[in-house]
Design a protein around this ligand. Structure first.
Ligand SMILES: [Zn+2]
Length: 104
């Protein structure tokens, strides 16, 4: 498996590979997902999640899984719509949560 992403650190301006994300619990129900620069250890936040967001993510994955097995166009369209709506809702919640955490 190789899905590493090349990035350049804002802090030390060295190139590095993002090989994976780390998660850390930062208080009740909230997880921080982040990666760090291997050269200077600067931390980059990818996103924050709470249980509601994690449930939405599970829901999206389940729709995507169903999409791979779908038989009819009608059902496929309905699933695509559900994915789109759930992703929009999820994005909104993630933005709000990040805003809340970073403006504390
Ligand atoms: Zn760095």
């Amino acid at each position: 498996m190789n899905n590493a992403i090349n990035a350049i650190c804002d802090e030390c301006e060295q190139e590095y590979l993002i090989t994976g994300l780390e998660t850390e619990n930062i208080g009740e129900d909230i997880e921080k997902t982040f990666f760090t620069c291997p050269h200077c250890d600067k931390e980059y936040i990818a996103f924050y999640t709470d249980s509601e967001i994690r449930n939405l993510q599970t829901e999206i994955r389940s729709y995507q899984w169903q999409l791979g097995k779908v038989q009819t166009v009608k059902r496929r369209d309905r699933l695509l719509k559900q994915i789109e709506q759930t992703q929009a809702k999820n994005k909104e919640k993630m933005t709000a949560l990040r805003h809340m955490i970073e403006n504390q």
